[in-house]
Design a protein around this ligand. Structure first.
Ligand code: NAD
Length: 301
């Protein structure tokens, strides 16, 4: 049987991921609630539709890239009589790959409901940002049984270059939560160091070049500098638009706190990072890229 992919969620990440599957020669139909998101992907030649029932027509692979647990649970499990959830409408044997970053418990709940209906499901959250999504170089952190993970490889390889099988369903999400907590801590630390240097007379680019080659070097300095004008083609150099939203980072830090509570793990810096992002969001910056956290440190004049 020819495989046909239904791709659901065409935002900053899902849009370019769907385009890469299409460019790799897979048969893809894509869907998003937002007309603007659909138009962007349609402009790249990917067929788009406006409803979930239309997108799954003829599909035996479903890939989703949605904001948070509630969106994924509502999509697949439904939330009342008017929305019975997509699982009930999928044909037996359909493979589901959820790439959203959600709670590990949510991933396990949806996967076990899918399995009860004869469907297979893996969690496959990603790292690499919108640049990685566009370049097809994402890192996938996968949770699910080995057969499902192996069968999903061709799709994941069309969107990424590193695929790690972390363990059973939910394990991909645990890996992702740990990674993003560390990313938030790195971003705040880089912002703090850059701001300190600039306030003491250094040029931000010179300081970033020094730290990248020194013991403070990390991904945020290499690929995602938060100081405007230091790097081209990063959110900081376009008014913190696009990229990875502050509210999405806040969600991930909330997931880290839940995991920490559930396992009795101390995360003092993760907790502080969550509070800083919560204050930044409450100040009206929830829609800006997460590197805009540097704004809470900068002098206003
Ligand atoms: P986004 O807000 O840009 O896109 C989400 C899209 O989902 C939107 O276009 C929205 O209209 C759509 N959507 C919501 N509910 C829907 C539904 N029921 N049916 C169809 N479409 C629906 O978010 P994003 O930045 O693309 O992030 C998506 C996921 O990837 C999040 O879980 C995020 O944490 C994770 N992530 C993001 C990045 C990044 O750099 N942006 C990196 C790694 C992981």
């Amino acid at each position: 049987m020819t495989n046909h992919i239904a791709f659901i969620g065409l935002g900053n990440m899902g849009g370019p991921m769907a385009v890469n599957l299409h460019k790799a020669g897979f048969s893809v139909t894509a869907m998003d609630l937002s007309q603007a998101a659909r138009d962007k992907v349609a402009a790249e030649g990917v067929p788009v539709v406006a409803t979930t029932l239309d997108v799954i027509r003829g599909a035996n692979v479903v890939i989703s890239m949605l904001p948070a647990s509630r969106h994924v649970e509502s999509l697949y499990l439904g939330d009342g009589v008017t929305n019975p959830g997509l699982l009930a409408s999928l044909v037996g044997g359909t493979r589901i790959i959820d790439c959203s970053t959600i709670a590990p418990a949510s991933a396990r709940k949806v996967a076990s409901a899918a399995q009860a209906l004869g469907l297979s499901m893996i969690d496959a959250p990603v790292s690499g940002g919108t640049a990685g999504a566009t370049a097809g170089t994402l890192t996938f952190m996968v949770g699910g049984d080995a057969e499902c993970v192996a069968a999903s490889q061709p799709y994941l390889q069309a969107m990424g270059s590193n695929i790690f099988h972390a363990g059973a369903n939910g394990a991909g999400q645990v890996a992702k939560v740990c990674n993003n907590m560390l990313l938030a801590i790195h971003m705040i630390g880089s912002a703090e160091a850059l701001n300190l240097g600039v306030n003491n007379g250094l040029d931000a680019k010179v300081l970033a070049d020094i730290m990248k080659q020194s013991s403070g070097g990390n991904w945020t300095l290499e690929k995602y500098n938060p100081m405007p004008g230091v790097m081209e083609a990063v959110p900081a150099s376009r008014g913190y638009s696009g990229g990875f939203g502050t509210d999405l980072m806040l969600k991930d830090l909330g997931l880290a706190e839940e995991a920490a509570l559930a396992s009795g793990s101390p995360i003092p810096l993760g907790g502080l990072a969550r509070n800083l992002y919560a204050a930044h969001s409450a100040g009206g910056s929830g829609g800006l890229d997460f590197s805009s956290i540097i704004k809470i440190l900068q002098r206003s004049s």
